[in-house]
Design a binder for this molecule. Structure first.
Ligand SMILES: C[S@@+](CC[C@H](N)C(=O)[O-])C[C@H]1O[C@@H](n2cnc3c(N)ncnc32)[C@H](O)[C@@H]1O
Length: 236
């Protein structure tokens, strides 16, 4: 199968990661990988992501991001920052020029839509921007940029710098935030950049699923993976 991008995704790459993780010993090999173990240690148990999703992100960062023209990473929804620390540790090792932007209110979920979302304002408030910055500094992760505030307020300043992202991790659970994040970041993705959704497949996040449905209908694109999470290629 050719390693080419058709219909907005590489079928070959999607099979390679998804089938590798589900049907081979790839997960065991990643779990034993010294870089994976060190990055997991750096994350301090501060991420609530499921393991297979973290492993797929690890594959994207270590085996696929290097093929792209730009490698900065942005996370919409970092909560305590565990996954942002994980990604920053991996990138510092492999692509030290690349930054990880970690966006969150760091004060809990903003207002939600009771017609779509089961989360409520104030969920995930047990976080601390100061603790995350202290851990980042203690680990020497100068490539991790902590960006507080609602995405709707904080992302425009990032966009002014005309960034190019290789990967956007959208992990914010509610319709309005997922919708804003995917639309705002799309024009700033490098060719073939990865848009990865943590919770569009979660039973408690049908608002996030709806936003991804909007993306598919508006952009007429196919997914490169739907397991362990939804992955699309942007910037094409
Ligand atoms: C499930 S948590 C993120 C989990 C995290 N990525 C991890 O690895 O543990 C979702 C986060 O999205 C944040 N969030 C949702 N909508 C937001 C918005 N519009 N602006 C900023 N943060 C938002 C919430 O504050 C919450 O911390």
């Amino acid at each position: 199968m050719a390693d080419e991008i058709t219909g907005g995704r590489s079928v070959h790459d999607g099979y390679q990661r998804g089938c590798g993780l589900m049907h081979t010993d790839m997960a065991a090999r990643i779990a034993a990988d010294p870089l994976y173990r060190a990055a997991l240690e750096a994350s301090g148990g501060w991420s609530i992501m499921v393991e297979t999703k973290r492993m797929n992100l690890f594959l994207l960062l270590t085996r696929f991001l290097g093929r792209l023209g730009a490698r900065d990473v942005i996370e919409f929804g970092s909560y305590r920052g565990g996954n942002a620390l994980f990604m920053a540790w991996v990138l510092r090792e492999l692509h030290p020029e690349a930054k990880v932007y970690a966006l969150d209110t760091y004060a809990g979920m903003p207002a939600t839509d009771p017609g779509r979302d089961v989360h409520h304002a104030g969920d995930f408030a047990d976080t601390s921007q100061g603790d995350l910055e202290a851990r980042r500094d203690a680990l020497g992760l100068a490539n991790l940029v902590v960006v507080p505030g609602r995405f709707e307020d904080s992302f425009p300043a990032i966009a002014e710098g005309r960034p190019a992202f290789g990967l956007a991790h959208i992990d914010c659970d509610i319709y309005s935030a997922v919708k804003f994040a995917q639309d705002a970041v799309w024009p700033h993705m490098t060719a073939g950049g990865y848009i990865v959704y943590d919770d569009a497949d979660a039973p408690s996040c049908i608002g996030a699923t709806e936003a991804v449905g909007d993306l598919i209908m508006a952009r007429r694109i196919h997914a490169e993976q739907v397991w362990p999470h939804w992955v699309f290629r942007a910037g094409l």
